[in-house]
Ligand binder design. Structure first.
Ligand code: ADP
Length: 588
């Protein structure tokens, strides 16, 4: 639609309103004036008739009609009024303009007919006698309450009309000048209103083009001046915000392009919003042209795309190692997190990945090395233990010193065997692929009871009571032999690091979707500084005590890895001198 200038919208309206008002006032004045003139003339005629009435009453009573006619002519001439005297019979007995003998009966005239009823009659009509429009006023002349005659005064309308026309002309010419003045003033007022708004529109056009340094002229009008000030301040703030946004965007761009990790942001339809250099390099694409394309156009790996699909669908953060199955057999450690708009609804996801191929290879090598070494050492150790045991079983020919040394050898071989066993267990848990683990819904009470039974002889030696508080029907998906091993390790520690005649409590509670198994003892406790590193391999708070009690330093590391394999965790709370609480968090 074609847009009209504000001036051409305001001006015609103003002009129309002004002219309409002027026209209405002029028409009203003209009609009032005409009404007033007619009324004035009719009152004037009545007054003249009243004056003349007193002079003709006697002549009428005396029946001297020629004298009456003469009187009419005389008075009519001096007053400039036509005077007519009409008898109730309608016969004209006197007229200032015509000869009454030649005139027809007048009682059919409306003003005369009304005067004959005793009231004043007024009429404006065409006079057949004088052949022009006339105004008539007729009054009754009474004698003893009877209408003796009707005295009619009349005047030609043309004289009123000419007077009226003159005044009308004056009103029209004044109105015309007033209209021209009103048109000019309307134009001025319209411009005064429209100009600042047009000026402001031009200024806003500068803002629209991005010239936020432009300032609008602030007029003295309260509203428009206020609006201009507000828009100027808005432009300043916007300018400021855009500068900040640009700076932040540049910083973010620099950070993203400097990152070794690949970063891809996609929307809910898996269209790429942005991609950093590392990601573009990895998937061999151009970071500038990638935005707008779908992720599947750039990434060809099904596992990667499926992983992203799940993240978009369930709106959760995910983390996974993805094997790309390409010629280099690369592994990507990939994390996804949701992107939200201001209403907190998901707009897409952010994918961050890291090429961990070398790292995973090294880890595998380390695990394999530990497993291989343990395995290799186990055979000669078993042989040594066998020989030592054989020597000790028949030691009658040995000196006491020799027996003592053989005892030391046996003790250390057993320790070494325990370490090797634990190392093998650890590497088995670590190298176990998730699909090889047997996660079956198992009865937790049963698993815990079995672990307690295993350690009961040890506990009895120190007179330690082991209690179990667990729902008998409680089940959870797990590899029960692994969980049993973990619980055994925790109870074993609790028994080892507790004084005699104390107790170990095992309590199971359900927290949301999680099954928490607490192993509480009233033993030596652990200093706060050791807690963060407690689950590391070979980390011991008191090496001498651990060795003396037959510890390998691997028990808690095994627990930790078992829980990780179950996608759970293990935590510890402890107070030195009071005891410890180890909690296994098992997803339900
Ligand atoms: P270890 O075979 O030495 O017991 P663990 O990995 O099982 O190895 O435990 C690591 C260390 O944590 C232990 O050496 C011990 O100092 C401490 N520890 C473990 N459990 C307890 C406990 N219940 N009370 C006190 N200290 C404990």
């Amino acid at each position: 639609m074609k847009k009209k200038r504000l001036l051409w919208q305001l001006y015609p309206s103003y002009l129309f309103i002004t002219l309409a008002a002027l026209l209405a006032v002029s028409l009203f004045t003209l009609s009032s004036l005409s009404h007033f003139f007619h009324k004035q003339y009719s009152s004037d005629l009545e007054a003249r008739a009243q004056l003349f009435k007193s002079r003709i009453a006697d002549l009428l009573l005396g029946g001297s009609y020629p004298a009456l006619d003469l009187e009419c002519r005389e008075s009519g001439r001096t007053s400039g009024t036509r005077l007519t005297v009409i008898l109730p019979s309608g016969i004209v007995v006197g007229d200032s303009e015509e000869n009454p003998q030649g005139m027809d009966t007048h009682n059919d005239r409306p003003e005369v007919a009304r005067a004959l009823t005793g009231k004043t009659g007024t009429s404006v009509r065409f006079s057949s006698t004088l052949n022009q429009n006339m105004m008539y006023v007729a009054i009754p002349v009474f004698h003893d309450n009877d209408v003796l005659a009707v005295l009619r005064a009349s005047v030609a309308l043309s004289s009123i009309e000419s007077e009226l026309r003159r005044i009308r002309m004056r009103i029209i010419s004044v109105g015309f000048f007033a209209a021209i003045l009103a048109a000019a003033i309307s134009l001025l007022v319209s411009r005064r209103i429209a100009n600042p708004i047009e000026e402001m529109t031009r200024g806003v056009g500068h803002f629209e083009k991005g010239d936020l340094g432009y300032r609008l002229f602030v007029t003295d009008s309260f509203e428009l001046g206020g609006l201009a000030e507000a828009m100027n301040s808005m432009a300043t703030q916007l300018d400021e915000r855009i500068k900040i946004e640009t700076r932040q965007k540049n910083e973010l761009k620099a950070v993203l392009s400097g990152m070794a990790e690949g970063v891809i942001a996609i929307d809910n339809d898996k269209n790429i919003i942005s991609i950093n250099e590392a990601a573009a390099r990895f998937f061999k694409t151009d970071p500038a042209s990638a935005p707008g394309r779908t992720l599947s156009e750039i990434v060809r790996n099904i596992t990667f795309l499926d992983f992203v699909k799940i993240s978009v669908k369930d709106q959760q953060n995910h983390e996974q190692d993805i094997l790309l199955d390409d010629c280099e057999n690369r592994t990507l450690h990939t994390r996804t997190s949701c992107l939200h708009d201001e209403k907190d609804s998901q707009t897409g996801i952010l994918i961050v990945f890291n090429d961990v191929t070398t790292l995973r290879r090294l880890e595998t090598m380390r695990k394999d090395f530990a497993a291989n070494v343990s395995h290799e050492i186990k055979t000669p150790l078993t042989s040594i233990r066998g020989f030592v045991e054989t020597l000790l079983s028949d030691c009658s020919s040995f000196s006491e010193k020799q027996i003592h040394f053989l005892g030391i050898i046996e003790k250390n071989v057993n320790r070494l065997m325990a370490i090797i066993e634990d190392l093998l267990k650890l590497s088995r848990i670590e190298t176990e692929r998730p699909e090889d683990l047997h996660f079956i819904k198992s009865n937790i009470h049963k698993v815990l009871s079995s672990a307690i039974t295993t350690l009961k002889p040890e506990a009895d030696k120190k007179n330690i009571v082991i209690s179990l508080d667990c729902d008998r029907d409680l089940t959870a998906p797990m590899d029960s032999s692994m969980i049993e091993q973990a619980v055994i390790n925790l109870i074993d520690n609790a028994v080892k690091y507790c004084g005699s005649n104390s107790r170990v409590d095992i309590r199971v509670e359900i927290k949301g979707q999680q099954v928490n198994i607490h192993v509480t003892d009233t033993g030596f406790g652990i200093e706060r500084e050791h807690l963060p590193r407690l689950f590391e391999r070979f980390y011991r708070t008191d090496k001498a005590r651990s060795r003396q009690l037959g510890g390998t330093g691997l028990g808690l590391a095994i627990v930790k890895h078992i829980m990780l394999a179950h996608k759970g965790d293990v935590s510890v709370e402890s107070t030195l001198g009071k005891g410890s609480v180890f909690t296994m968090h098992l997803p339900g």
